[in-house]
Design a protein around this ligand. Structure first.
Ligand SMILES: Nc1ncnc2c1ncn2[C@@H]1O[C@H](COP(=O)(O)OP(=O)(O)OP(=O)(O)O)[C@@H](O)[C@H]1O
Ligand SMILES: [Mg+2]
Length: 417
């Protein structure tokens, strides 16, 4: 496929993930373009990991939809259930009011009864429509793997239809193609979404199984996917080890024989061996020594270029994502509060929470560092959302801030718009 710079690989729409009363992620939307590194930042507990885990379908998400390569792979039902509850309540209130009018003015009875009937019909229509959407969401969520592999099969079929056509006067070439076609078709039929979206887990360094050799750890995904050819597996493991800056001799050793940085390389190797399109890296360097952090960032940058990876990079401070991300989304308590291209976010941070995160970054210049003051963000003192309600607004092209009308006007004034 032609590499279109603006091709969206992952689209998260109104994602909500609630755990009982706790809204760990609440109505979060963003998309990630092919080849892009998207940084997701925010303090501990704001919902970054939950967002990542929702994308790889660890949860039945509460609300919203997630699309991968234009296919809906996760779907919640919150918004449809809310729509049903709302229309029921609205209809009930409206009918009550109409009945009251009839009681007061009996001569209006027939007119008002017609209105009541219309209200009931409208309510039934909305309920039926949303029940259908709930059913579709459940279907998409449950069948996304099957549908995904169907799409992969279609892609292979289209690709080979063209190749067969080109080789139609060449029997030798056609025979060769037939074999290739069979192989690729088998792979496509077995393709699972989970192998195309890989996640490096937050605690992955600690989580490497101490009883497994590095070879076994790295090859696990291949084995789970039904690959049995030992020679192929070994070759692949060696290739990946070298790719992540380790050596093939490491394959027979155990995790405890490695440093933190090396273990993280093993974790990365284990994710990229599946040749994923999207890599979700959940704080891949936060457990590492500062001196090692840059090495791992460099490695990820290298892999991104060599393997054409798209990365969702999760971190809790902005300094880490600054040099690595094309765009950054800032989360606060389950909500996305600001989203912009990296340079734009650093040049014009608008949301007070983003400003507070920026003020936490130590400055390289000692004079400036001495004068640096930390801005503390206090949501309650900062915003009055009692009447003027907030939503995500595009203040500059591609620069979104969660704010209300009054704040939007202020931000625009600050920017001289
Ligand atoms: N499985 C779960 N069940 C119940 N609550 C959960 C679950 N997973 C996360 N939470 C809660 O959801 C909120 C968001 O957690 P999450 O792990 O997504 O935060 P985070 O931004 O990744 O934080 P950190 O920077 O500490 O990793 C927290 O309040 C957390 O306690
Ligand atoms: Mg986390």
């Amino acid at each position: 496929m032609e590499n279109n710079k603006n091709e969206v690989l992952l689209r998260v729409e109104h994602l909500s993930q609630h755990f009982g009363k706790l809204k760990a992620v609440n109505d979060v939307s963003f998309d990630i373009k092919k080849g892009e590194v998207f940084g997701l930042v925010g303090e501990s507990g704001c919902g970054k990991t939950t967002t990542g885990r929702s994308i790889i379908r660890i949860y039945d998400i509460t609300g919203g939809s997630i699309y991968f390569k234009d296919q809906r792979i996760c779907a919640g039902t919150l918004e449809y259930k809310e729509a049903i509850d709302n229309i029921k309540k609205e209809t009930k209130d409206a009918i009550k009011a109409l009945e009251q009018e009839i009681a007061e003015n009996p001569e209006l009875k027939s007119d008002k009864e017609a209105l009541i009937k219309a209200k009931k019909e409208e309510c039934d229509r909305v309920i039926a429509e949303n029940r259908k959407l709930i059913k579709e969401a459940k279907f998409d969520h449950k069948n996304s793997d099957k549908e995904y592999s169907k799409n992969c099969v279609k892609e292979v079929e289209a690709k080979f239809a063209k190749l067969f056509e080109e080789a139609k006067n060449n029997p030798e070439e056609t025979a060769l193609l037939k074999k290739k076609y069979k192989d690729e078709l088998r792979v496509a039929k077995n393709t699972k979404l989970v192998t195309n979206i890989q996640m490096i887990f937050q605690d992955s360094i600690a989580a490497l199984n101490p009883r497994m050799t590095v070879r076994e750890i790295i090859a696990e995904g291949l084995v789970i996917n039904g690959i049995k050819d030992k020679e192929y597996i070994d070759e692949k493991v060696y290739e990946i080890l070298e790719l992540v800056g380790l050596v093939r001799e490491h394959a027979g050793r155990y995790p405890h024989e490695f440093s933190g940085g090396q273990r993280q390389r093993i974790g990365i190797a284990r994710s990229v061996i599946m040749n994923p399109d999207l890599l979700i890296a959940d704080e891949p360097i936060s457990a590492l020594d500062v001196s090692i952090q840059a090495q791992i960032i460099n490695l990820m940058n290298e892999l991104r270029e060599r393997l054409g990876l798209t990365i969702l990079f999760i971190a809790h401070d902005l300094s880490v994502v600054k040099y690595f991300s094309d765009r950054i989304g800032v989360m606060y308590y389950g909500n996305m509060v600001e989203l912009a291209e990296t340079d734009e976010l650093f040049a014009h941070p608008l949301h007070p929470y983003t400003r507070s995160l920026l003020s936490a970054i130590p400055l390289p210049d000692p004079h400036a560092e001495k004068k640096r003051t930390r801005i503390v963000y206090n949501a309650l003192a900062e915003h009055d959302y009692s009447v003027d309600k907030p939503s995500m607004r595009e203040i500059l092209p591609g620069h979104f801030v969660y704010c209300n009308d009054a704040e939007e006007a202020n931000y625009k004034k600050e920017l001289g718009l």
